[in-house]
Design a protein around this ligand. Structure first.
Ligand code: NDP
Length: 481
């Protein structure tokens, strides 16, 4: 089976006629073939988007909203099919795709479809001498580029606000997980999205992705992915004064204070360490534990980790599926070797798992816990992005903060304490974009989402996304006395 590019409302072959294989990570077998697109395919997509823009931008918000709501409803109607494709494409447990990924893609569309019905324009009053009002207009053609870990969830998190605010989009999902974006393009036609408003070009990042960034007609780039790629994109976009929103990697601290509800902290830490095989940018990959409860934490945490069921992602009782690809599995395994060479002690997992039957060629790895490393070693400084966490102990609040803030990244952190003063003080001093207190991954789509330092630039979500995809224009009216 082959997926196709979606340009001007039509399903088209890549101009060069070339495809590459997309692998089902649960079996290691070919799942689909993906168009190998280049700048000429992107140019066609941009042209279609440019032509569609005047009409889409002038379509009343209520009508744009109705079309996007229809798309949201179609995602709900096709939830099972989309979830199965997501699970096969990415290796994530079907249960996770059914209960989190696809419902969230549905909600992204309904959230932004309704958000545009409730916005206000700013007015700055100058009293007797006049006033200013601010108009916000869509930018034109915008590029949206998303990663493989939460494929439709993150793809829709970008295109929904872009479309809702009246932009036309050229988007590229990760070449590793493009299938649900392709299925979405079928639903766009069914929802009545006019041709050219959303165009999806499949292919590799350094060719198709970079062509979207380089094209002079794309006015903004919303990108989620690795920090190294973000750097390349920022460099190209800066030359053209192009707006960018960059959601990049993380090395998040999960800080467990001695006064916390330890049972709850441990239960949630299993999820924040290993959900989606640890391939969520927000996973807490460095667990920092107060020295008074360190042993207690380890004795209770490790048996739960060892009990996690790793297996066929489509089996209903599977908790940990396959890693997304063979190269990624090899990268994660190389970090476990690195941790050993840096003096780390692997106290759970550490090995590839070979399953039986059709899953024998799949990319499975034991959930892995490592202790005995310094915060400055590479294992604790670089993003691994797999089912691997490290444990470190701390003596006091200051040390916890220094360890938590002591990496180049600044995406998120989790704080476990029953002490309200400590929770506020630590949260305020963490150099990250998102802090969870006594919980993890609780999301309100209105809140600013993004990171500081090497974790990115800009914020997504709610009004932040609506503002990113629009250009403000101030109009000053002078009143005569
Ligand atoms: P990559 O940076 O490798 O790729 C992300 C996307 O960019 C893919 O679609 C990729 O295409 C494309 N791309 C690659 N090179 C270029 C280029 N030169 N120009 C334009 N586009 C390009 O990230 P991964 O897909 O490996 O995703 C994992 C990363 O994403 C992790 O670092 C993770 O932390 C981060 N992430 C951040 C989140 C956040 O909100 N901060 C959320 C989720 C993930 P292709 O796949 O074809 O190479």
């Amino acid at each position: 089976m082959r997926i196709k590019n979606f340009i001007n409302g039509e399903f088209v072959e890549p101009i060069g006629g070339k495809y590459f294989d997309n692998i089902d990570p649960s079996t290691g077998q070919v799942f689909y073939q993906v168009p190998d697109s280049y700048s000429e395919d992107v140019a066609k997509a941009v042209e279609a988007a440019k032509n569609a823009f005047p009409q889409w931008a002038s379509t009343p918000a209520a009508k744009r909203s109705a079309i996007l709501m229809k798309l949201s409803n179609l995602i709900e109607k096709n939830l099972d099919r989309l979830a199965l494709s997501e699970s096969k494409d990415n290796g994530k447990p079907l249960k996770l795709a059914t209960t989190v990924d696809i419902p969230r893609a549905r909600d992204n569309f309904s959230f932004f479809a309704t958000a545009i019905l409730h916005t206000e324009n700013a007015m700055h009053d100058m009293g007797q001498s006049g006033f200013n009002y601010t108009l916000r207009s869509p930018l034109g053609v915008v590029g949206c580029i998303s990663p493989w870990n939460l494929p439709l969830y993150l793809f829709s998190w970008k295109i929904a606000p872009a479309l809702a605010t009246g932009n036309c989009v050229v988007a590229k999902p990760s070449e590793v997980t493009p299938v649900t974006a392709f299925l979405l393009s079928e639903l766009c036609n069914e929802a009545g999205l006019p041709p050219g408003v959303l165009n999806i070009v499949h292919g590799y990042g350094h060719t198709a992705g970079q062509a979207i960034v380089e094209h002079p007609e794309t006015k903004a780039i919303s990108f989620t992915g690795g920090t190294a790629t973000g750097k390349i994109i920022a460099g190209i976009a800066a030359q053209q004064f192009k707006k960018t929103s960059l959601e990049l990697g993380g090395k998040n601290a999960n800080i467990i204070f001695a006064d916390c509800d330890l049972e709850e902290a441990i239960k949630t830490s299993v999820k924040s360490s290993f959900a989606n095989q640890g391939q969520i940018c927000l996973c807490g990959s460095r667990i920092l534990i107060h020295e008074d409860i360190y042993q207690d934490f380890v004795e209770k945490f490790i048996p739960l980790v060892k009990n996690l069921r790793v297996g066929n992602p489509q089996a209903p009782d599977t908790q940990i599926g396959a890693l997304v690809s063979k190269p990624h599995l090899e990268k994660v395994l190389s970090y476990i070797d690195l941790a050993r060479s840096e003096g780390g002690k692997v106290i759970a997992g550490g090995n590839r798992i070979k399953l039986e039957g059709p899953q024998a060629g799949g990319f499975y790895l034991e959930p892995t816990v490592i202790e005995g490393l310094s915060n400055t070693c590479r294992t604790n400084q670089e993003e691994i992005f797999g089912p691997v966490v490290t444990l470190q102990s701390f003596r006091n609040d200051e040390e916890a903060l220094a360890l938590a803030n002591g990496t180049p990244y600044g995406l998120s952190a989790t704080v476990w304490t029953k002490n309200l003063d400590r929770a506020h003080r630590i949260a305020a001093n963490l150099d990250v974009g998102i802090v969870w207190v006594n919980c993890w991954l609780v999301r309100d789509l209105r809140t600013p989402f993004g990171g500081s330092k090497a974790s990115g630039m800009g914020r997504e979500g709610g009004i932040y996304a609506l503002n990113f995809f629009t250009e403000p224009k101030n109009i000053c009216i002078k009143l005569n006395p």
